[in-house]
Design a protein around this ligand. Structure first.
Ligand code: SF4
Ligand code: SF4
Length: 415
């Protein structure tokens, strides 16, 4: 694809809730059929499945948009279409499945037959991805589908965001980080600059070749989960996620420089924020502009911490503990055969009541064992308080408190 066509962006209005026509027109304007260059392709669709909320609350990619894109892809006779994400909200089993049901994406996929599958990233095989020229994040475990798909289509939603100001194309790929690894990533990169740099690193791994933005029902105010729905009635399609986010900023009147991951993504060569290099097709930005309310008091990701302390906290305090339920485990071997770093070994004696052996030092908390165990025998806990207390940092803090306490007691006795 030439540099010029990569910078094409189509802005299409949705008339009378006919989302399908708007999606098809936008993709035609940018000549997206060139991406579907053969039959039998495996296509991965990545919507925003933040949490288990109904479509009308505007927290998740609207099912009409996902359905329209599935229909568009189906014209080219693909072998398989996957609709995948990993929701936020901790480690409770079934978190993403619940979001898939509430958002109605599961229903959309079920109606489309065997070729279309709605599946959480954490229920697929794992791969460890190295980040090229990392700004912050060197590697992370995610789904093998990212590597195996012939085409990745990003399906983000336009929402304001209380940490990053805007979530759309680049931020949507944070969903390729598996469930509670999200909390760990936040902890590892506590300053906004470090976290948004890591977002650019994460996006660079999947780097979706095509994007269709849900601006049909957007969100303003207290996003990304609890803001106000905005019937913007727009579909925006293109190839360059950085350019697309820049155009969304212009439409919503959010200053591009306030969306910090855009500068980092541009620095990594992932696209352009230079509006003069973007060719807009369909509607003009001026004709569809609508100022969005921002979250009141945008929060930094967390308090500023020195780099070494943040790295330490993410590795030690947020470390999950893997356990095995001896009553349920049938020693089938699925967990140790699928652990990507060999952190699980079979027990020395294979007899009733024995369980696999977990190597805490090797474990990278990808949760593969937890998701794949056919007997639900793998348990997962993040004992933050225990980890903190029994870490060197925790022991040092306890020691410090003990010294202060002893000194005060001594002073009281002497006085
Ligand atoms: S996958 Fe589950 S049942 Fe099989 S050995 Fe591991 S813990 Fe036991
Ligand atoms: S033991 Fe750790 S690294 Fe291995 S599969 Fe389980 S969570 Fe992943």
């Amino acid at each position: 694809m030439s540099i010029l066509s990569r910078n094409k962006i189509a802005i299409q209005k949705v008339y009378h809730d006919d989302v399908k026509s708007a999606v098809f027109s936008a993709l035609e304007l940018i000549n997206a059929k060139d991406m579907m260059n053969r039959e039998g392709m495996t296509v991965l669709l990545k919507p925003n499945l933040l949490s288990a909320k109904k479509p009308e609350l505007a927290a998740t990619t609207h099912p009409k948009v996902v359905k329209a894109v599935i229909h568009w892809v189906k014209q080219f006779n693909p072998a398989k279409i996957y609709v995948c994400d990993s929701s936020g909200g901790g480690m409770k089993p079934g978190t993403t499945e619940r979001a898939m049901i509430a958002s109605e994406l599961k229903q959309v996929c079920d109606e489309e037959g065997d070729k279309v599958e709605c599946i959480p990233f954490e229920a697929t095989e794992r791969e460890i991805y190295k980040v090229k020229n990392p700004l912050e994040l060197n590697e992370f475990p995610s789904s093998k589908l990212i590597k195996e798909a012939d085409l990745i289509i990003n399906l983000p939603k336009i929402k304001t965001h209380n940490q990053c100001t805007l979530t759309c194309c680049i931020k949507n790929m944070f969903g390729t980080i598996l469930r509670s690894n999200k909390a760990k990533t936040h902890a590892q990169f506590p300053s906004l600059n470090r976290f948004t740099s890591a977002l650019a690193d994460i996006y660079s791994v999947s780097n979706p070749q095509l994007t269709v933005i849900d601006g049909y029902l957007a969100m303003e105010g207290s996003g990304p989960g609890s803001g106000d729905p905005v019937k913007l009635d727009l579909i925006i399609a293109g190839y360059d996620g950085v350019a697309l986010d820049t155009v969304v900023c212009k439409i919503t009147e959010i200053p591009v420089e306030d969306v910090r991951y855009l500068a980092f993504a541009e620095q990594k060569g992932l696209g352009t924020t230079d509006i003069t290099k973007i060719e807009i097709l369909g509607e003009s930005i001026g004709d569809v502009r609508r100022k969005f309310k921002l979250p009141s008091g945008i929060q930094p990701v967390s308090a500023w911490l020195p780099r070494k302390v943040a790295d330490y906290i993410s590795k030690i305090v947020f470390k999950a503990r893997i356990g095995f339920d001896a009553d349920k485990c049938i020693l089938c071997g699925t967990c140790w055969e699928n652990c990507p770093v060999g952190a699980i070994n079979p027990p020395k004696m294979r007899k009733k009541g024995s369980t696999p052996i977990w190597d805490k030092k090797k474990c990278i908390t990808c949760f593969c064992c937890h998701e794949l165990c056919p007997e639900a025998a793998v348990t997962l806990k993040v004992p933050i308080a225990k980890n903190a207390i029994f870490s060197w940092l925790g022991l040092a803090v306890l020691g410090f408190i003990a010294v202060i306490g002893a000194t005060l007691s001594l002073l009281l006795i002497l006085l």
